[in-house]
Design a binder for this molecule. Sequence first.
Ligand code: DGL
Length: 285
Amino acid sequence: MAPLGPIALFDSGEGGLTVLRTLRQQLPQYRFLYGADSGHFPYGEKSLDDVRQWFLAFLDFFVHRGASAVVIACNTATAAALDEAKARSPVPVIGVVDPAARRAAEVTKNGKIGVLSTESTYRSRLYPRTLKALNPALMVVAKPCPILVSMAENGDTEGYHVEDKVRQCVEPVLETGVDTIILGCTHFPHMRQAFNRVVGQAAAIIDPGEEVGVALAAAHIEVAPVQSADDPITAWTTADPGRFTEIARKLCPEIPLIAEPLMWQGPSLAAPRASLLDNVPTNLG
Ligand code: DGL
């Protein structure tokens, strides 16, 4: 039997690293691969149609590199493409919205849930639809917070100015009486300390990344084991790999990332150079 490949994670940039960080802790035996469409960042300001096309190209790229499963570590791409990705992928595809919504529906006591996200995720209404499908009595207060996305992408995640911006996003939602808040953009957990301080005891905070591991474990995916916890993880980016690495090291110094360039060639992706460190076997021939 051909060796099984890693779990591939996708985001528009540095946000999915919050999911990768959690998955490495929850599933230390798995190997991972990361794809960032940094060249098209921010997805939150793009149309869902464009985001779907871009993500599906990454899905093809991951499958050709032998991924055992694909995690859409991006709420916006989950909103845009999860159904189509599941329909066409030969390997399991897991989004972040459903696991987060399930957890929030379990955790809330008063049935009022806040969702902070990008503009595109907000416009898709995917969180309110998913939550109400789980329990029609839930009340959902959704709010886009694009300023936090760009700050996190630039590695700007600590300090009073960050806390101020987080407060401006969170306070109007807390004032509606929610007792649970979903961080519905994977960039936001990079600012988790600021969220903790602003939210305090007023509401439970749901980080979709923490819930994805449960969904992955339940999918019983076979992955070749890591050699050691320091095995480098290749991060393919459609923008500058040097810049990607610099910010990633600042945000998640514990993740041993090696960034490699990917280029858009029309609607497809091409890797201009083979990575010496890319030890991803292909299981699809
Ligand atoms: N991190 C992404 C999300 O979870 C997208 C951020 C963006 O590119 O606007 O939605």
